[in-house]
Design a protein around this ligand. Sequence first.
Ligand code: ATP
Ligand code: MG
Length: 418
Amino acid sequence: MISEMLQSTLFPKTKKEAPKDAQSINHRLLVRGGLIDQLMAGSWTLLPLGWRVVSKINQIIREEMNAIGAQELLMPLLHPKAIWNETGRWDVAHEIMYKLKDVREREFVLSFTHEEIVMDLLRKHISSYQDLPIAVYHFSTKFRNELRARSGILRGREFLMKDLYSAHTDEKDLQHYYEMVKEAYGKIFTRLGFTTKIIEAAGGVFTQQHTHEFQVITPGGEDTIYYCDRCTWGQNKEIYSGKAGDRCPQCKTGSVISAKAIEVGNIFPLGTRYAEKMGVNFTDSRGIKHPVWFGSYGIGPTRVLGALVEVSHDDRGIIWYPQVAPFEVHLVELKTKDAGLKTEEIYGRLQDDGIDVLLDDRDVSAGEKFADADLIGIPVRLVVSQKTGDRVEWKRRDSEKAELLSYADVIDRLKKLT
Ligand code: ATP
Ligand code: MG
């Protein structure tokens, strides 16, 4: 995604103050920086800068999904009542569903997940064991009537999800793929810059087995998790019956720590229950019918956007990791006698070298430009001024050190960043 942008034309402008009702860090900084806008509680516009970040998050997820053989598609958001009645979830999941009727009194629900929709696709398009396994995913909007939508973009009533679904001939194949997805999720979260804990959680509707949640430990998290300070053991507070300080139930040597965390991903080994309820069968090599084994796997890119801000900021603003930053470079021009000719040249050369650059060409004070650069949080700030001569001032957002570098050195360092 190579592109350039003039800050004088960027929509919208940054804000000095956070909204009065904004309690969480991601809400305050993302709104002030002009990355997101709130329509109503739990409902957000991704503004141009915010959408750039989410697009980069999505691309990282997409690459890792494709690497495990999953195929991208796009499913509808308006679902007929009948399909949700087949599994009974029309009633069971009543509280979080946004249900509606059209003028002819037909009932619908806005997508809150897509298991039933995938099941319907499978029963129409597979018949034999030779058609399996299948893994499909999409990025799409989910609507959930969340009771509390207070944590900025971490909890939307309308939010983006990447949901992957896989179908298999037997439990072993499902388990094998489940482990592959777990590994792919680990790679995704590492590439995004997170340190995650994988913990066990309850299955939710229809799932007796435990599921696995990917949790980012941070004080801004809404979940409470328990994990061992020595081994890999971890559980959500919904299923753990002990307390912090207890001996680890798995390794029996470490002790249990509790922490606030954000659930960024969740994977579900669903088994055959959906297929049994919806009649999704395949025939084996002897012509005998069996229900398919099914798994589903979710990540919330818009929640990831908020979680990144919760874990990487300071009192001046956001500090983006290079791989997800809205731009790689924030080029700041301070008015020079030779009328900015040199800035133009550097701006052009950065673009030619394939760098995403935001140019602050505004006619405002140096102080205001630097404050906005810190707030928006692009990882590298380059300053061109009368003082920089034939060089450029380089400063990383996560450091206080400013250095004068030649253009060649700047490019060298930028190439090493991502
Ligand atoms: P939570 O426990 O936080 O309500 P959930 O367990 O109900 O979430 P899942 O159905 O597991 O959510 O959804 C998969 C992923 O989608 C989550 O791991 C999270 O990243 C994201 N997600 C879920 N609910 C929301 C929401 N309300 N706003 C933003 N992202 C969400
Ligand atoms: Mg979950």
